[in-house]
Design a protein around this ligand. Sequence first.
Ligand code: ATR
Length: 471
Amino acid sequence: DKTGSAQIGVVGMAVMGSNLARNFASKGFKTAIFNRTYAKTEDVLAAHPEAGFVASESVEEFVDSLEKPRRIIMMVKAGPATDATIDALLPHLDQGDIIVDGGNTYFPDTRRREKKLSELGFNFIGCGISGGETGALLGPSMMPGGPKDSYAHIGPILEKVAAQYDGEPCCTWIGPDGAGHFVKMVHNGIEYADMQFIGEAYDLLKGAGLSATEAADVFAQWNTGDLDSYLIEITSEVLRQVDARTGKPLVDVVVDAAGMKGTGTWTVMESLNLGVPAAAIAEAVFARAASSSPELRAAAQAALQGPDGTINTDDRDAFVADVRQALWCAKVIAYAQGLHLIKVAGQQYGWDIDVAACARIWRAGCIIRAKLLDRISNEYAAGNLETLLEAPSISAELANCNDAWRRVVAKASEAGVPIPGFSSALSYYDLVRAKRTNAALTQGLRDFFGSHTYRRVDTDGTFHTQWSGDR
Ligand code: ATR
């Protein structure tokens, strides 16, 4: 009799779900599995007898096989499938049971579901999971949000299967209701920006005459220093890959139209909603959109003149070194924007998120894992930062790299290399450090045409001016 025999249950036996279930089993947890279509469960059972899964054909049997209070992780396609799965489970659950949604769910959906389920007496946790298929199997970064007291019952299990960084689990309670999925969303927004910057750096290296293989060597070398990160590491491997059919670098035969599934767009939508400037992340989303707009690109290619992207340098190595510094600076700006968004959202939604902890659990397991994150989490832990950019070690390094960053942006502009990410990041740097911004003129214009009033630097109150005699 398998009743109450499993410590944890996983619903959804596609790649992420089955790998996560295998991860639980490999850490010694008796794991129950279920899939809407039983054939998938049978495939998983057959392929992984070592896992000792407790499999069920019906939801009822699956729920029955779990010890109480039950812990169930849903790994189904985000959206209607999540609601359908919850609806299928609910009639069989008892008060106090815990349901975790490990999908890539849009956080307002998590807030809605958490509210409904808590009213019914269940614990609902929205858990962002990053690390792809390998992460799910070997240790992802996990961002659970929901009722804090239920974390005591599920957290220790999640922390066991999460990635470990220096013995610390890359999993911690993020905050109430949608906080975990929100943080995962911003993680993905930062990932978009990171990848866009890497693409821009590659374009610049190409412009300076480096072949794909030479660029691969450069990225491999960068990966041994400050830029040490998963994405830089795999960039080197992607650039080194040769196409079997043509003998060319594979990257040269891949269609230059980037796909996306929505998390980057959500991040930008949320930054707009909350009024948090995150233009470097937005540029990354727009760059993907532009790449996938064939009609726009064809029309512009036919009509527009400009330099061809060749970068003339008398010292190629010095230029490559500049690009490395520009890439580091841009990356820091994207992290600063994303973490600022998390901080403001935490205040707005009543989540009280520990930003240092977010950076800490991104140090391993997830796609944006990077050496820099250790420093970032330490800086946030050391002081209550309004922005990452004010952290002493960060502002000092940005100052060190400033000239290189500006040289790269200037050279790219002259040469016609598109660098929306690098230049937007630099403009953000200059915008937020400016003693006065052009918003004073904007206020004058708004008052001129709409009597929107303005404030003065030298006295309190709001003012309106009759700007010209005949409006
Ligand atoms: P894949 O990752 O293979 O593309 P998917 O379509 O994203 O698969 O679905 C992932 C999981 O969500 C699967 O377990 C799937 O169940 P089936 O194997 O029965 O298709 C589950 N899923 C998708 N839509 C669902 C729905 N409407 N209700 C319940 N589960 C659903």
